[in-house]
Each structure stands twice: as structure tokens, then as C-alpha cells.
Design a protein around this ligand. Structure first.
Ligand code: SF4
Length: 470
């Protein structure tokens, strides 16, 4: 105790392997001054928690090169050893804050088969559960750290990651596999990068990787509940209630001129970042991909155009875009990268718009499926008449409000229509179209424009009486 007292008075916290009384933070020590930890195999972790120590790995021990140069690299089908998610299997990633004493720093566990048990070119379900702890770790930071997984994994040569939440698509190339890349390396990359890049808030990281189909199926439900809770946090906020929006340029590795402008009523088009996330991300990393964008110099309130935002977008799109209308699909709309949850597109014959989700594999009244449209819309260019969006934007009061908003909605792919039913009905009531939901077609009603038009005329859809879109 005398030795401990001497160390404490010099400002060193003391971890003792004997039964001593715990001494809390004092004028000598910022954190606990004296902490008992009788288990020797826990003592290092306890030290990390108490200090709290920031761990940085100079080099991540991987069998493949790891650098930002590989971030935009694609793993093509002919070079692929195994894939997860997309339309091939169920997959998700989730990062949650955890109590420090519940997780073991650096632990990476695989529950299910590794990739060497899968035939060449095959697929597996995938769940990546990341538990992070730290004195400054907060629930609000979960989505921000989770969204970094995209670039963390993409830095590995021969490994491709797309999407977010329960819409991820991961491919591991044959060459990476032959060099020894296995699933535990995904966890090791994530843990190392969280320590290196977010050491100020994260002190301990544990990663569990699931490939067992039953485990993935049950855990994906829990993950979706958490995603929904996150989405609800901005409910009630309006664009008018804030002085600044937030940018996101995380996807510039795939679409160099793409800039998401995230407002309280328009979430990022991946669906994983809302305005509060942009704000929290900026607090964590002031020079990072999420910057406050001042709403100065209002040019047109109906279109959602501000001079301050135009100037910001001009610079951060590397001078590719000079004008952005946040609330319009027809005039200088927002660009799209590649990870949008859904696409909204005009259907000129119906004087309205349709929304097709990433999960919907079939044809649409435009004569194109999601993949064909995604090829036209993505890449960071403005495509008037087409836009990648986050699903929840459909029921925002600012959803293409310059063109009349939700009343323009004439066709929505069935999966998305069912998922958004309550929200669409609520929004429709607010705009005086209480029965709008039943007037919106889906693939059961029509997948060609003639059939769609016939349905809309019978249903007396409001879009048919609105000002011409073109
Ligand atoms: S889609 Fe937009 S909000 Fe989402 S990560 Fe990419 S740039 Fe950020």
C-alpha cells in the first residue's frame, strides 16, 4: 500500500493483484487511482481500461497488402473465391457500444464455417458484430463507427465491401484467399482500424463473425430493431430548425465527385447516416468526411438551394458540380454514389415517380430493373429524373417537394411499399390524400407503363391532375 501510495502521488494509477480497496479518481489521478485485479490474465486489459490507453497498431498483420490505394478496387465474379450478402445470402454489420468489462479487447471469434469450407465461387451468410468500449464511447457514435467498416475492409487488396447495415455485399478474391486471407482477418482489420482511427473514444474492441445461417437469421432481426431505433431519433426535426446541414464524402472512393448533403429531413442515401450522425461524426473527427455546411444565401426555398451549399458542393466535388437543389429530382438534383437503398425515377406517362428498392429483382414500369438503373444513376453525376435515395426519404415532407412530394408517388416495389406502409399512410393523410396508399401501384398491379396508367386512371391517382413533370 505504501508503494502504491507513492506511485499514486506521482500521478500513476495502480493496478494491484491483491485485494486492496478501490480508490476513485482524486486530485492526483484523472481516473481511478487504485484498482484491484487479482486475475493475472485480465490485468493488461484492466490497465487499458483504467488509464485509458490508446492502442495503435503500426501495421496490421495480414496476408495481403493493406492500403487506401485498394479502396475503389472491385473483385469481379471471375476472380472471386467467395461472397456474402447482396442477392446471394443474408448479411449484416452492426457496431454497438458495450460495457468495458463485458468484452475482451482484440478478441475475434468466428461462429460458423470459414471460407475454406465453401466451394470456389460460392456464398455464405455473414454477420459482423462489433462491440466497442471506451470511456468516451457513446450510443450516438455507433452508426458513425459502423459506417467506417466499409472503407476499413476495402483497404485490403482483393477484398470488396459494398453497402451498409443489413444490405452489405462482401467479396473475397481468389488471390487473397490463396495468400491466406480468412474471415478472422476481417475482425482483425476492424479492431485495428478502430483503435488507430478512433483511439480517442474506443479503447477495447471485440468482433464476432457469424456465418452460421441460423445465427445470422436470428441476429439480423435484432440488428434491424437497432437500425430502426436509430432512424427514429431525428423524427420531429425539420430542415428549418437547424442552421447547418452536414456533408458526407465517405463514398468518394467509389464515386469521386459524389457529395451527400444530409439534412434533418433528408438522410444520406445509404440510409445509414442521418443529420444527428453527421453532427456526431464531425465531433469525433473534425477534419473527416462529415463537415457542417452552412445554410447561407438562400437562393430558392422551394427547390432547396442555398449559395453556401452550392459553394461547398463545388469545392468538395472537386469542382464537378456547381449547383444542388436538395428538394428536386428534375433540376440539379443530388448526385448518387453506388450504395443508395432505393432509386426514385420519373415515369413521364404517369406524370409521377416510382421508387424501386435494391432488394427488388424484377422489372419496373420504366422497362428497367434496379441494376440497370443503378448503372445509370450512380458514379457521382447529376441525373435529372433519377436519384439514389435512403428509403426513409420517401415519407419525408421534403421528398421531391419541389415537384409536389408524395402525391407524385405512382409505383413502389412491393417490399418497400409494405415496409413503409404506416409511414406512407401517415404522410398521405397530412397532405390530404388519406387513400393514397391504395392508389400506388406495385409489381402485382403493373410492370409496364400501359398497365400502370390504366390502374392509375381507375384509382383516380392525384398525380394525373398535377402540373406536368416535363
Ligand atoms: S451514401 Fe452518402 S451518407 Fe452514406 S456513406 Fe456514402 S456519402 Fe456518406
Amino acid at each position: 500500500m505504501a508503494a502504491a501510495a507513492g506511485a499514486i502521488s506521482l500521478g500513476f494509477p495502480v493496478i494491484a493483484d491483491t485485494e486492496v480497496p478501490e480508490i476513485p479518481a482524486s486530485r492526483f489521478c484523472l481516473h481511478e487511482a487504485l484498482v484491484p485485479e487479482p486475475k493475472h490474465d485480465r490485468i493488461v486489459e484492466r490497465v487499458i481500461e483504467v488509464r485509458p490507453i490508446t492502442i495503435k497498431l503500426k501495421e496490421i498483420p495480414l496476408p495481403v497488402p493493406y492500403s487506401g490505394a485498394f479502396e475503389g478496387e472491385r473483385v469481379r465474379k471471375e476472380n472471386m473465391r467467395v461472397q456474402f450478402g447482396g442477392k446471394y445470402s443474408r448479411a449484416f454489420e452492426l457496431l454497438v457500444a458495450a460495457p468495458a468489462d463485458r468484452i475482451r479487447d482484440g478478441k475475434v471469434e468466428l461462429i460458423g464455417d470459414d471460407i475454406d469450407r465453401v466451394p470456389d465461387g460460392g456464398s455464405l451468410p455473414l454477420g459482423i458484430l462489433i462491440e466497442a468500449a471506451g470511456r468516451k464511447m457513446a450510443k450516438d457514435f455507433e452508426p458513425i463507427l459502423e459506417r467506417q467498416v466499409h472503407s476499413f475492409i476495402n483497404w485490403a487488396m482483393g477484398v470488396m465491401h459494398m453497402g451498409q447495415r443489413d444490405m452489405i455485399w462482401v467479396r473475397i478474391g481468389r488471390e487473397a484467399f490463396e495468400k491466406g486471407f480468412r474471415l478472422r482477418h476481417l475482425g482483425e482489420i476492424i479492431a485495428a482500424r478502430l483503435h488507430n482511427d478512433f483511439g480517442a473514444i474506443v479503447n477495447k474492441v471485440q468482433v464476432t463473425i457469424f456465418t452460421d445461417a441460423d445465427e445470422v437469421a436470428s441476429r439480423i432481426g435484432e440488428a434491424e430493431k437497432i437500425y430502426r431505433e436509430r432512424d427514429l431519433r431525428v423524427a420531429g426535426m425539420t430542415d428549418e430548425s437547424v442552421d447547418e446541414f452536414y456533408s458526407c464524402t465517405l463514398c468518394q472512393s467509389f464515386a469521386p465527385s459524389h457529395v451527400c448533403i444530409i439534412s434533418p429531413e433528408r438522410l444520406g442515401l445509404c440510409g445509414a447516416y442521418n443529420w444527428l450522425d453527421g453532427k456526431a461524426a464531425h465531433e469525433i473527427s473534425p477534419a473527416g468526411a462529415n463537415q457542417p455546411v452552412p445554410k447561407t444565401g438562400l437562393v430558392d426555398p422551394a427547390l432547396g438551394q442555398w449559395r453556401g451549399i452550392n459553394e461547398f458542393v463545388f469545392e468538395s466535388s472537386h469542382r464537378a458540380l456547381s449547383k444542388l437543389n436538395l428538394y428536386s429530382i428534375m433540376r440539379d438534383p443530388m448526385t448518387s454514389c453506388g450504395c443508395f437503398e432505393a432509386i426514385v425515377a420519373i415515369v413521364p406517362e404517369a406524370n409521377g415517380v416510382m421508387v424501386v428498392s435494391r432488394e427488388y429483382p424484377g422489372q419496373t414500369p420504366l422497362g428497367m430493373d434496379f441494376i440497370t438503373m443503378a448503372g445509370m444513376v450512380g458514379g457521382g453525376v447529376q441525373t435529372p429524373g433519377f436519384m439514389g435515395i435512403g428509403r426513409l426519404y420517401v415519407t419525408s415532407p421534403k421528398f421531391i417537394s419541389a415537384e409536389g412530394g408524395i402525391k407524385r408517388l405512382v409505383w413502389v416495389s412491393g417490399d418497400l411499399k409494405r415496409a413503409l406502409k404506416d409511414r406512407i399512410e401517415e404522410r398521405a393523410r397530412k397532405v390530404g390524400e388519406a387513400d393514397l396508399f391504395d392508389k400506388i401501384a406495385d409489381e402485382e398491379t403493373a410492370v409496364d407503363s400501359a398497365g400502370l396508367l390504366e390502374f392509375l386512371q381507375k384509382a383516380d391517382h392525384p398525380a394525373l391532375k398535377m402540373d406536368p413533370l416535363l
